[in-house]
Design a protein around this ligand. Structure first.
Ligand SMILES: *Cc1c(COP(=O)(O)O)cnc(C)c1O
Length: 374
């Protein structure tokens, strides 16, 4: 190894992406500064049209974040205190958090250990007379088993909200994530596959009445200016952030291809290491919002992360503790066990991933991992 100290790789390389798009992003931002319509300016509608047609649904509603999108989706469905929403405990907190914020109850069912997505076969046993919706998460960028989940939902008259914060751009049986259920909700947090330069998100549906409800909820429940027909939130996405996403869309097809290629390349290169690779089902692809592996030996995780960090390779844990074991959510632990969620939370580790990661940088990650494992 080179004796000189190597500079650290970025975990997500937003700087190279910006440099590739700089003239276009700068011009689009300047255009907003020139027209001055910072709230609900023309870029908002332009982005909603572009995203709806890309996903292949009738309605897209941009929102101030993915979290707000999940909240507005639940509100549009009339989720109220005491209602139950079935979801996965192995996710970022926002998923369960918005359910709880409305006074509803998150009902956690276990995941598939090889994809880390919700196990549809566990859902039906968790349905009660109070169940209103199912909220699967398309974790790491791979869509959950939506056909099975939708079939269960339609048998029981439930809505399905896909938490697609990590999966925008991925496909499922040739259809697009976000366009597969009652609502699909994504996030434009900077490090997500399609990110802006702050907070932002979008909601997708084919249901005109739900889309209309979401548009009203987004602006304090107004059906017209100062006519508040329902309780809402301040949930609009800034015009400036919409301009940034419009620019990023010009390169997004290439970025998705690159992410999928890098994911496959990681999978191949890790084949002879003592790590378990996640399964990507043959009828879908994964945009690898996080490139995550399962370590064979959970007790080595801290040492491995330190060993990689010493070689300039950052890592992250998505996620170290399932929701039902979080202090604020323990009271929602179900009566049934959640063994896979608990086991994978101890074994997962994410490696650097972004469309601008070069083959050379990726080789460096893999060699560093080999050294760290020893
Ligand atoms: C990022 C994320 C969210 C929240 O999105 P924000 O835009 O940061 O509010 C929700 N769910 C999952 C699974 C996420 O990864």
């Amino acid at each position: 190894m080179n004796a000189s100290v190597k500079t650290s790789l970025p975990f997500v390389d937003l700087q190279s992406q910006y440099l590739a798009l700089k003239s276009d992003i700068d011009a689009r931002i300047q255009r907003v500064l020139d027209h001055g319509q910072y709230i609900m300016g023309p870029e908002v509608n332009e982005l909603e049209q572009a995203l709806a047609s890309r996903v292949g649904v009738a309605h897209c509603v941009t929102v101030s974040s993915g979290t707000e999108g999940l909240l507005i989706a639940l509100m549009s469905l009339g989720i109220k205190p005491g209602d139950e929403v079935i979801t996965t405990p192995f996710t970022f907190a926002a998923t369960a958090e918005m359910i709880v914020l409305l006074g509803a109850v998150p009902v956690f069912v276990d995941i598939q250990p090889d994809t880390c997505n919700i196990e549809a076969a566990n859902i039906e046993a968790a349905i009660t007379t109070r169940t209103r919706a199912i909220m699967p998460v398309s974790l790491y960028g791979q869509v959950a088993d939506m056909d099975e989940i939708n079939a269960i939902a339609s048998r029981h008259g439930l809505a399905v909200i896909e938490d697609a914060a990590q999966s925008f751009g991925s496909t499922y049986k040739r259809r697009k994530s976000c366009g597969l259920s009652t609502w699909g909700v994504t996030s434009f947090f900077p490090s997500k596959p399609l990110g802006c330069y702050g907070d932002g998100g979008a909601m997708f549906t084919d249901d005109a009445a739900l889309a209309r409800a979401a548009r009203e909820i987004r602006v304090h429940g107004q059906s017209q200016r100062y006519t508040h027909t329902r309780i809402g939130v301040g949930g609009r996405m800034d015009t400036l952030q919409c301009a940034v996403v419009l620019s990023k869309l010009t390169r997004f097809d290439w970025e998705i291809e690159r992410r999928v290629a890098l994911g496959n390349r990681y999978q191949q290169q890790l084949a002879d290491l003592p790590v378990q690779r996640l399964t990507v089902r043959s009828d879908r692809d994964c945009v690898w919002a996080q490139f995550t592996v399962l370590l064979a030996d959970a007790t080595q995780r801290g040492a491995l992360q330190a060993g990689l960090s010493a070689q300039g390779v950052p890592t992250a844990i998505h996620y170290p503790r399932p929701m039902h074991q979080q202090p604020a959510y323990e009271k929602y632990a179900p009566s049934w066990p959640l063994p896979f969620s608990e086991a994978v939370s101890r074994r997962v580790m994410s490696l650097p991933m972004s469309a601008d990661l070069t083959d050379k940088q990726q080789d460096r990650v893999v060699s560093a991992l080999k050294v760290a494992i020893g």
